[in-house]
Design a protein around this ligand. Structure first.
Ligand SMILES: [Zn+2]
Length: 211
C-alpha cells in the first residue's frame, strides 16, 4: 500500500547553522530596524580629524568588528560604520591581496564614486545587517572612486574586474558605500528573488552572471 510522504525542505540542519550565525553577531552588528542611522546618510569625516586619537579608535573598533564577524562566521568581506552604530562616512573592507601598511583591512573614508561601468553583473549579496536573507542583485561590474585612507591621504580605487577577487571587491565597495547613504541591499533587489542561504556550498558555488 502506498503512503503519503512529506516533501521536506532541503538542508534543514544547515539552516539552523545559518540562523545561529546571525544570532552570534547580533550583539555588535545593528540589524535593520534597530537603529535609524542604518537608514540615514552618514556624516563626512573632517579630513583633519582622521589622524586624531578618537577617530583612530573608531577605525580600530570597526576593524575589530569585522575581524570578530569573520572569526565567528567564517565569512564577511566588508563593514560600514553605521552598522556598528557610528554615524560617520567610513567603512572597512577585507582585501586578501592588499599589501598596504595597514594590512589586509582597507579603510575607506569619505568615499566618492567617480565612475560606474556600463557593464553590469548579478550576484547573490548578503548583508550583516539583514542576516540571513540573500539578495541576488544587479550592479555595475566595476566602479572608480576616491577616498581618504586611515593616514588621511587621498587615494583612488581603479581596479577593474578581471579576476574573481576584483569582481568581489568592486561589489563589496559598492555595497559598503551604499550603507553610508542609508541604502541596504534589500532596497535594490527584487523581493521575489530573495533567498535564504540553504547549503554549505552556497557561496562556493555563487557566480557572477553577466547581464
Ligand atoms: Zn551590508
Amino acid at each position: 500500500m502506498k503512503s503519503w510522504k512529506p516533501d521536506l525542505a532541503p538542508f534543514r540542519k544547515y539552516k539552523v547553522k545559518v540562523f545561529e550565525r546571525a544570532a552570534l553577531v547580533s550583539n555588535f552588528i545593528y540589524q535593520i530596524g534597530e537603529s535609524p542611522i542604518l537608514r540615514q546618510s552618514s556624516k563626512p569625516v573632517p579630513v583633519n580629524q582622521i589622524t586624531s586619537k578618537i577617530f583612530q579608535q573608531k577605525i580600530k573598533y570597526l576593524k575589530n568588528c569585522l575581524l570578530k564577524y569573520r572569526k565567528l562566521t567564517g565569512m564577511g568581506r566588508g563593514i560600514a560604520a553605521p552598522q556598528v552604530g557610528i554615524h560617520e562616512r567610513f567603512a572597512v573592507i577585507y582585501n586578501p591581496n592588499s599589501h598596504s601598511s595597514s594590512g589586509k583591512l582597507v579603510t575607506i573614508i569619505n568615499p566618492k564614486i567617480t565612475k560606474f561601468s556600463k557593464e553590469k553583473n548579478k550576484y547573490p549579496e548578503m548583508c550583516m545587517s539583514a542576516n540571513p536573507v540573500i539578495v541576488p542583485l544587479i550592479r555595475p561590474t566595476w566602479i572608480e572612486f576616491e577616498y581618504f585612507d586611515e593616514m588621511g591621504q587621498l587615494q583612488e580605487w581603479k581596479t577593474k574586474h578581471h579576476t574573481l577577487l576584483g569582481k568581489k571587491l568592486n561589489r563589496v565597495f559598492q555595497h559598503e558605500i551604499d550603507h553610508l547613504d542609508g541604502i541596504i541591499n534589500l532596497d535594490r533587489g527584487d523581493p521575489k528573488e530573495f533567498i535564504l542561504e540553504s547549503g554549505p556550498k552556497f557561496y562556493k558555488n555563487a557566480k557572477f552572471e553577466e547581464v
